[in-house]
Design a protein around this ligand. Sequence first.
Ligand SMILES: [Zn+2]
Ligand SMILES: [Zn+2]
Length: 270
Amino acid sequence: MFVRLGAPKSGDWLASFREKPETLNQFKEKIKAFARKSNEQRNTIRIQPLESLDDAKSKLAETLMSFTEAFFQSNVEQNSPIEFNKIMASSVPRRDDNSQFDCDGLLSDEIIPPPGPRDLLVAGILFSKDLYHGKLNFVFGVGSSSKRKGVYSFVRFGSEQEARTNPSLYLKRCLRLMAHELGHIFHLQHCIYYRCLMNGSNSLEESDRRPLHLCPLCEDKLEAALKVYNPGFYLKKYHADLLQFFAKAGLQEEVEWTQKRLHGSDMTAL
Ligand SMILES: [Zn+2]
Ligand SMILES: [Zn+2]
């Protein structure tokens, strides 16, 4: 069910970046410090839209919330959208035509409120504006484990027209971004072992090659991270909830994979 990563092709993420290996035990050691500071009161992932939502965006935001709920086995709530005028009136740096905004500026408490006592993290989302960060011309998003905050944009996943003509490709790109990036906030680093949702990617093409599921090692790490907040985390329920989500969203390939994972004999692979 799981495919080992082969040698990277020229242009692939692993051809350009050296990623450190990390075992499950090393991961558990790493999250100990965070576990000491956290508490079981935290159970909510808060989604903060950074623009007003029309019907199509509201529907996508709801779908993202159901997926996030299943993927991180957490309560998910949505804040009222922040009006675009507020961002325009703020000191968030932006590029000339106001189509691209600086991630650090958006992550300031002035725009995205800090997590409340019951919040695991706050994720700012943008549908029609682009992001840049530092010297990088554009980024899909940026997150911080210590601030428990991130900001993500779906604008590069296709025009509204493309989203209408190939809705499942567009949806999968959005879901992949959410799960991968929020996975980083839960301390998962890039996976170098298998084809996995946590593989790094240098391009949309490479990103599209990533599956919408974790490899067994990253799944064990996510389980360890989520158990800090949710000691009742149960892997079969995790897969059953994802199966239900994929069926409702009409993502057949993911339905079939998750069915196999759920009913297969290798629930404890590795
Ligand atoms: Zn990443
Ligand atoms: Zn992995």
